[in-house]
Design a protein around this ligand. Structure first.
Ligand SMILES: Cc1ncc(COP(=O)(O)O)c(C=O)c1O
Length: 388
């Protein structure tokens, strides 16, 4: 089977700087930024450099707040409840670092948690003599009930925070966060949603969600330049929330503390306006429909080509799908890195993980992808495994 019929891209690949020789199937890790957005970023930088003092002092505070309002309209939040961070990890560290943990307190996560966020939880827990409790979520998975059951089984009287991914990293699953939030609220436990992948990929209504904290990246599925993350916090949580870097805004309120954490290049945040113009130009519903249709046709194609099952139900997928690599032999980190390198040398960019005794490979679908990208992956993997 050599052909894959799926939707064609809804714009030319050269709208991005992506190397035309590479089948780029890892939009998830760092995103890819369109040329028009990079141009807008250059313009912001030039504006800053023409008069750095006037820009930082007079222009920047209002521009950041206006951009927060615009982002709020996309994620279903008041702009006032959104502050800027470099990335989701920084936002998670702000929440964890602001907690008053005591010995034997617990932070609950599951084993699909993003590694950097797990490390942050371990670090802040260790400083206080607290613990991180990790619930196993099966993968392959039949449906969202398994996620709710997993969290339900580990939260208890000592749980001070639940951290749950909206879209998981290595397994590419959309988790039932509304149900996890409800579970936590019933038990009076604060919940931090790690939405690193969600903005742009999944419709969001943060005000209605009822979580305590939500961190998201705009540099993945909203096409912003790298370093455009945000932290949303419920009003009653904002007063005791501080950024990892304390600067001039300390004690002056949520916006002042986060929007200035020392001198830095604010252009990734400011260029979000251009990213959202780009999204609006294509239509967010159209982008999502394209990505989901392409992902499903690609997943079905690859499953047949490699003779493997898709380990997740369609209801838990949007623009990412993870497969178990049909490899025999070692399944450790070295094997994952070797396979990744072998695919990269064949012109295919796709992440590979060693997890839970298996090797896993995650595909993504975005507006720059073509059906041919997945055909190349299908061939490349069989070539590497010696089965072409
Ligand atoms: C679920 C999840 N959380 C957090 C992150 C971290 O993102 P960043 O490196 O932008 O902080 C990622 C990155 O892929 C992720 O998938």
């Amino acid at each position: 089977m050599r052909e894959l019929l799926g939707p064609e891209p809804i714009l030319a690949r050269d709208a991005f700087l992506l190397d035309p020789a590479v089948a780029f199937l890892n939009h998830g890790s760092f995103g890819a930024t369109p040329r028009v957005v990079l141009d807008a970023q250059s313009e912001w930088r030039e504006r800053l450099e023409r008069e750095p003092v006037a820009f930082m002092v007079d222009t920047l505070p209002g521009a950041l707040r206006a951009t927060a309002d615009r982002l709020g309209s996309v994620v279903g939040a008041f702009g006032d409840d959104v502050v800027w961070v470099d990335n989701a990890t920084t936002g998670a560290c702000a929440v964890l670092g602001s907690m008053q943990l005591a010995p034997d307190d617990e932070i609950a996560v599951c084993d699909h948690v993003y590694g950097a966020v797990r490390n942050a939880a371990l670090h802040f827990a260790k400083r206080a003599g607290a613990r991180v409790i990790e619930a196993p979520v099966p993968f392959p998975i039949d449906g969202p009930d398994a996620v709710v059951e997993a969290f339900s089984s580990i939260v208890g009287p000592r749980t001070r925070l639940v951290i749950v991914d909206h879209v998981t990293s290595w397994s590419g699953l959309v988790f039932p966060i509304e149900r996890i939030v409800a579970l936590c609220r019933d038990r009076g436990i604060p919940v931090l949603i790690d939405g690193a992948h969600a903005p742009g990929m999944v419709p969001l209504q943060l005000d209605a969600l009822g979580a305590d904290y939500y961190v998201g990246n705009c540099h993945k599925w909203l096409f912003a330049p790298k370093g455009c993350g945000f932290l949303w916090a419920r009003r009653d949580r904002q007063r005791d929330l501080h950024p990892p870097v304390i600067s001039h805004g300390w004690g002056k309120g949520f916006h002042e503390e986060f929007d200035w954490t020392g001198t830095r290049d604010p252009s990734p945040w400011l260029s979000l306006q251009a990213s959202l113009d780009f999204v609006d130009g294509l239509g967010i519903e159209r982008i999502r429909a394209h990505n989901e249709a392409l992902l499903e046709s690609a997943a079905a194609y690859l499953a047949a080509r490699w003779d493997v099952a898709i380990p997740s139900p369609v209801a838990m997928r949007r623009s990412l799908c993870t497969f178990r690599v049909p490899a025999t032999g070692a399944v450790d980190l070295d094997a994952a890195m070797t396979l990744h390198g072998a695919l990269q040398r064949r012109g295919v960019q796709v992440p590979v993980w060693s997890q839970g005794g298996g090797l896993w490979l995650r595909i993504s679908a975005q507006v720059h992808n073509r059906p041919l990208d997945y055909v190349r992956l299908g061939d490349a993997l069989l070539d590497v495994l010696g089965g072409a």
